[in-house]
Design a protein around this ligand. Sequence first.
Ligand code: 28F
Length: 640
Amino acid sequence: MKSEEHYNDSDIQVLEGLEAVRKRPGMYIGSTSVKGLHHLVWEIVDNSVDEALAGYCDDIEVIVERDNVICVKDDGRGMPTGLNTKTGLSTVETIFTVLHAGGKFGGSGYKVSGGLHGVGASVVNALSSWLEVTVYRDGKVYQQRFENGGNPVNKLEVIDTCDIERTGTTVRFKADDAIFKETTEYDYDILAQRLRELAFLNKGLRIILVDERGLELKKDEFLYNGGIIEYVQMLNKNKNAIHENIVYVEGREDDVLIEVAMQYNDSYQSNIYSFTNNINTYEGGTHEDGVKRALTRIINNYARNGKFLKDNDDALTGEDVREGLTMIISCKHPDPQFEGQTKTKLGNVEVRKIADDVFSNGFERFLMENPDQAKLIIEKVMLASRARIAAKKAREASRRKGGLELTHQWGKLADCTSKDTSISEIFIVEGDSAGGSAIGGRDAKTQAILPLRGKILNVEKARLDRALSNEEIRSMITAFGTGIGEEFDIDKLRYDKIIIMTDADVDGSHIRILLLTLFYRFFKPILEQGHVYVAQPPLYKISHGKTWKNVLTDEEKDEYLKTLPENTKYTINRYKGLGEMNAEELNETTMKKENRTLIQVTLEDAMAANTVFETLMGEEVEPRREFIEQNASYVENLDI
Ligand code: 28F
């Protein structure tokens, strides 16, 4: 640290900048949980991906060293090593000590930004106990080190020479465990999943992941010259494609790049994922809207002109044309505006038309050039349309018979008395005994209980009409009040919170996956608006003397036991399941607002559940066996 009198105004600004990050890290990386920890990696990797987007980097290597030190290497041009006139510091030191100084290309290139939109390398520095950057450029090796949240311990200095051809940047850092109190341990699967996605989204970019923490080295290499075409291929791997070629469309208008890859399979669910500058836009946005609008219009035109649709036939809906569709939409935009609950919705209005124009031209051409595949697609969509119309008739018929009325389902739903949705919540409870205890222990004014008997329908293979015929699903639709499919109206939701309360065992996990898949498939806006939660019943009861404590996890148990005096006699008993608790215990531990722990389910969680679900319940046996073998213990405590 420099002594006091040497600080000049830029240093003060620098110091405040990084201090602000350490004071409120959540504002810069979302949280200091395991998710926030991995954001540190994304921020550094994104700078390398930017170098690749600019056309100067082909290889990125991410190494998890012992003690969870992260090392990221690229073979780009190497950060500039000159002086930055504005800050009087080297460019390298500026990038790592001035907030938001990482905006490398200003307005011209595409700044890839991690999930939190490019807060840059300085935030990583601020949240690291140490960070070291090495630059290879002009035949020299430059290095600078920072400690204790971003304080430079030296100036950028030449430490070696290297081959003149060798260029690139390497960053090594150790997350500060004073900030990341929960954990500073990286999850290999989280790293692999996102790095693989980045490789799919940036065709030809090789990304290598190495884990040096175990006894033997673990390594994966992601390189997809086919880019998002290979992404669709991978997503459809365990499915039956109904036409041979993956449709690929690419186009650019006014500096906005749109890429779409798609292929139909014979399932009923649609898997459409959209990205902007490599950020997963879970909440969609104008790029996705434009492509979807074009898809519906082009298929209707082709079906009419090809006489598949008679003049007096209903038009095909968006839902019809998306059944069984696997699609990746990737937009690259120089100045993206993100909106939505989790800032993962693209808001730029001009993109809607650009996406529509680019996609409709390409897709129309595909249909014209491949009439046999076009026919297969139209037939699939027509089938979906007929089933939707049948479902509508079934719904109307059952409504006439009083099928979906609240009164009909009343027997099962123990509703709350309050009509104020902002304070009302519904617990979806597995099994009658837990349901009974929940009804006995609840606050009847604000808490409704819906006991589920056994497994709900395997919605993976079910189309809407089949889902409607399942008693359990109908009771949920009625209880929520939103309707389903085309009639879905989020404003009619009767509860502020939908709380899934199932056991922590395999059965409970399975029900949880089924429910999340159901919500993801048929009630996505309920997820998007953050209404879905998972109740966390306690795992153990630790009693000593006259007091006892319920703990939720093994870690919490170990932590609590450490707080007891040495020779304390205590007993631990493990709760078997919700059904084993009486009404009082269930209320005290899991339902009462003051004591309970709820995990809010994000769209990402539900998407992950849906993918897990597909693997577990999909047609192919092999992937299911593979998944269970790889995740056996994990599946036991599957925590979404
Ligand atoms: C492991 C992490 O951070 N790689 C990077 C570059 C390359 C340039 C650059 C980065 C500041 C404002 C320009 C080089 N030559 N890997 C990385 N590679 N930053 S970060 O420039 C940042 C300057 O504008 C670079 C010519 N132009 C840009």
